[in-house]
Design a binder for this molecule. Structure first.
Ligand code: PLP
Length: 412
């Protein structure tokens, strides 16, 4: 008898986005003429940069020759890409990252989901609330949690509440944990963790021999000077942190797939008897056993993002999406809603009007304005009463959606 992993049965009702898709599908089936504008899931809409396309094409042609053909590549990623990534870190006050500390992958979703495998099932996990759901669900699947309660919180998981009172900035808890997931700029709140708070996280992690999984998938959207782009800008972080970065949102790679993790060589985990073990070595073993590398043309396309032309194209993409975010922020603020994010991130996080629940407001916007947003409660109990609007949309759709939301809220 094939027994299943019963931890999967602990998962609370579907992953957030399939539930949104289900409601939108039901609505459009009943209203086939409706022109729905989707500002829910954070998927990019602008075309792939020219520099990237040219590099991918050239690499594909290269593979069509006897001399240029390549089979399996290095699991960790080609040196040309890892070197380009490492060089780019130097922009941050000369930050030194060894190319050997970089693991290229097919996405930060996979990385953030897979990395937990190398840690004990007894590890105490801490997450923020609201949170990118993948961090939670993958730990539920692995069996590191108890069952879910009515608020959607799992037993044995440590939640760090991010609310209006702390401006949605997570601070280290007074208690210990072994692994903590931090996301900055944050999905869903769009906020950035200030340097001083990151310093306190690093000293907390070092004190407890904990590891910070720092998800910087939206790093490219940081526009305010002085904000922290990499956890490794914080002294001591090399002894307690792993950084995740993705090309999905800066280079428009959601359909192309490329990301990476930085795992410092001096980062240690421990056995139950307290013996230090290299996390880099453990992940290297895991990555090379279960992954056979990102396609060569895709890695060439990714490396092209680091060329002067590529950087300019990224800049244009970011500018476009952040201008959308400004429009969203201004519209929602003018409607009297409390608004967060959207300055250093492609997400605007806003309070629903007059205490409406997140899903009720989602349904109102879907039915009355034909606009899809993401209900804040889908990201955790503290997200109840909030909604997230993604700036990844075409300008005309943003403008139309904001007009519709204005009339919908004015009428309600
Ligand atoms: N991390 C965060 C915080 C995200 O919001 C997302 C995508 O929405 C990802 C990771 C996934 O990135 P990728 O497309 O590289 O898998």
């Amino acid at each position: 008898m094939a027994l299943i992993n019963e931890n999967y049965q602990k998962l609370a009702a579907g992953y957030l986005f399939p539930e949104i898709a289900r409601r939108v599908k039901a609505y459009t089936q009943n209203n086939p003429q409706a022109q729905v504008i989707r500002m829910g899931i954070g998927d990019v809409v602008l075309p792939l940069p020219l520099t990237v396309r040219e590099a991918i094409k050239a690499a594909t042609d290269e593979m069509g020759t006897l001399e240029g053909f390549r089979g399996y590549g290095p699991e960790q990623g080609y040196e040309f890409l890892r070197q380009a990534i490492a060089n780019d870190y130097k922009r941050l006050d000369g930050l030194e990252i060894d190319s050997d500390e970089i693991f290229v992958s097919d996405g930060s979703k996979c990385d953030s989901g897979n990395i937990q495998e190398i840690f004990s099932l007894e590890a105490q996990i801490a997450v923020t609330d609201p949170v990118y759901p993948v961090y939670v669900d993958t730990n539920v699947m692995a069996g590191r949690t108890g069952i879910v309660d009515q608020k959607g919180r799992y037993g044995r998981l440590n939640y760090i509440s991010c609310t209006q009172e702390n401006s949605f900035i997570p601070s280290p808890p007074s208690t210990a944990a072994d692994i903590v997931y931090l996301c900055s700029p944050n999905n869903p709140t769009g906020t950035v963790i200030p340097r001083s708070v990151l310093e306190s996280w690093v000293s907390w992690a070092r004190k407890h021999k904990a590891i910070i999984l720092f998800d910087a998938a939206y790093e490219a959207f940081i526009t305010e000077p002085g904000q922290v782009h990499s956890i490794f800008e914080i002294p001591g972080a090399r002894e307690c942190a792993i950084e995740l970065r993705s090309f999905s949102k800066n280079g428009g790679f959601t359909g192309i797939r490329c990301a990476y993790m930085v795992i410092p060589k001096n980062l240690m985990g421990h056995t139950t008897t307290g013996t230090p073990v290299s996390i880099h070595a453990l992940w290297s073993r895991r990555h090379s056993t279960k992954f056979n590398g990102v396609a060569y043309p895709i890695q060439k396309g990714t490396a092209a993002l680091y060329s002067e032309a590529g950087k300019k194209e990224i800049e244009e993409l970011i500018k476009y999406y952040l201008a959308n975010a400004q429009i969203i922020r201004q519209t929602l603020s003018a409607l009297g809603l409390a608004v967060y994010g959207g300055i250093n991130a492609p997400f605007v996080w806003a309070k629903t009007p007059e205490g409406t629940s997140s899903w009720d407001f989602f349904d109102t916007l879907l039915h009355k304005a034909q606009v899809v947003v993401t209900p804040g409660s889908g990201f955790g109990a503290c997200g109840e009463g909030y909604f997230r609007v993604s700036a990844f949309a075409l300008r005309e759709n943003v403008l139309a959606a904001m007009d519709r939301i204005k009339s919908c809220i004015a009428v309600n």
